[in-house]
Design a protein around this ligand. Structure first.
Ligand SMILES: [Zn+2]
Length: 475
């Protein structure tokens, strides 16, 4: 017993801990990189900064496929396009894995203020909205800031009215305003419907002043009361608030013909470059292939599709293939409920241990700013070395709290280590889910910088001899 205590004291002394830390960081331990590996990655970074493969892929996807809402002909065209492109880029094992997706059909949407001063608002149906009667619904508008205020409100004021959610999304480089605002989009109709509202209108979840509304999915649960739900553009939300501020009753008419249809087949599209030493072990580069229907899904998430495909192609052509396989997964139906990511996690459950690392691009093609990881503490030195290769691109290390984002986050929840590349989100939500999300808004130099970051991260992650162990399970 006494001997054990002394041994414990020696092992946990500051000297012993420092020695262990040095051992963990030496290349021989397999938990960080050699100078040669870091040089290989830096060379890939420089190649990416001169290569427009990603930008040209995005041009092709947006012009030849265009909008690709889950279950639509555009979605099917995107699945075919992606397989053809990956094969043409030299990927191996290119295939599509079927995924059943919900299908919602956008119809016509018209929102009019009838009194006191008649105006027509630029508006779109929220994803999943049910239709109004053919003649529309017409009612007085009750303004409310957010869901908390709705819950506190005198509930006798709501039945028979149209509830208007006025809350405005804040602009920020980290995109945090979106998380706060989007809960209204998800639950406004269900919460107002439960209290007897006829319909809801929300101020668009977006930071622009264009007369364009932002769509996006609602988060319905079984048993929810379903009422029509629309988003109106920020300028029209201002106009409506002005009319409400007059103190006179404001009457609105909403006519919407969107509706649910039968579910349909889509697919996750997969392609890879097998590793030179351990091809059964996989690093996943994820993006989602579906998009909203109003624009052409350029930043969301055509950019991610193009960036990840171009990054993997550079790795496939590198003088030295990494030890493990680099696999691109273009997920089906992220926007309407992560169908593809859930199907992938389920269908590949038996291979979870072979997935050594993951990352996802789904915040548009903007300036890379930061790297987050979700790895065991003894792998942080490897992550810091990866970030070091990205320092010339302006990427700082931001902590071990990565999520894996929406799709790859489903894998992170199973304990697969991940990293997030934070990009400057301050302009992303001007375009997000609007008719303005088109190719002309994408800067080719920023596509190159993103490709450079992911090529470096993926090559190094696939080549770390000791791998990344397991991350924490759960979200
Ligand atoms: Zn997206």
């Amino acid at each position: 017993m006494r001997y054990f205590v002394i041994l414990l004291a020696v092992l946990t002394s500051p000297y012993a801990l420092a020695t262990q830390a040095r051992a963990a960081e030496s290349p021989a331990s397999g938990l960080t990189f050699t100078a040669a590996q870091l040089e290989e990655a830096a060379a890939l970074r420089e190649l990416a900064l001169r290569d427009d493969t990603g930008y040209e892929l995005l041009r092709s996807l947006t012009s030849r496929v265009g909008p690709r809402l889950a279950g639509t002909p555009g979605d099917a065209a995107a699945v075919a396009w992606a397989q053809a492109q990956l094969r043409a880029l030299g990927f191996q094992n290119v295939h599509a894995e079927p995924v059943r997706v919900p299908r919602w059909q956008r119809g016509e949407c018209r929102v009019e203020l009838l009194s006191p001063w008649p105006q027509t608002c630029a508006a779109v149906a929220l994803g999943g909205s049910v239709a109004t009667p053919d003649s529309g619904v017409e009612a007085e508008v009750i303004p409310v800031t957010n869901l908390d205020e709705l819950a506190r409100m005198d509930s006798t004021r709501i039945p028979g009215r149209i509830v208007f959610f006025t809350g405005r999304m804040d602009r920020s480089a980290d995109g945090s305003g979106y998380g706060r605002a989007v809960t209204v989009r998800g639950r406004a109709a269900a919460e107002a419907g439960r209290r007897g509202a006829l319909a809801v209108a929300i101020r668009s979840v977006g930071t622009d002043r264009n007369r364009l509304a932002h769509t996006g999915a609602m988060r319905n649960k079984p048993g929810d009361t379903r009422i029509p739900a629309v988003a109106i553009s920020n300028p029209d939300a201002d106009l409506l608030e002005d009319q409400l501020a007059s103190g006179q009753p404001v009457r609105m008419r909403i006519r919407n013909t969107s509706m649910w249809a039968d579910s349909a087949w889509s697919a996750n599209v997969i392609g890879e470059f097998p590793g030179r030493e351990r091809p059964r072990e996989i690093v996943v580069l994820g993006a989602h292939l579906d998009s909203w229907d109003l624009g052409t899904g350029a930043h969301d998430d055509g950019a991610g599709v193009a960036i990840m495909s171009a990054a993997a192609r550079l790795i496939g052509r590198a003088p030295l293939r990494p030890r493990r396989t680099v696999r691109v997964v273009l997920f089906a139906n992220e926007e309407f409920g992560l169908s593809g990511a859930r199907a992938y996690a389920r269908d590949h459950a038996a291979e979870v241990e072979r997935h050594v690392f993951g990352m996802e691009s789904d915040l548009g093609a903007f300036a890379p700013l930061g790297l987050r990881s979700r790895v065991p503490a003894d792998r942080l030195s490897a992550i810091r070395a990866m970030q070091g290769v990205l320092t010339p691109l302006g990427v700082q290390y931001r902590g071990n709290d990565a999520s894996g984002d929406a799709d790859v986050g489903q894998l992170a929840a199973l304990g697969i280590p991940v990293c997030d590349l934070d990009t400057d989100a301050s302009e992303y939500f001007d375009l997000h889910h609007t008719a303005n999300d088109t190719f002309d808004k994408v800067d080719p130099l920023l596509v190159r910088r993103n490709v450079a970051c992911y090529a470096v991260l993926a090559w190094l992650a696939a080549d770390l001899p000791g791998g990344f162990g397991r991350g924490p399970k759960g979200r």
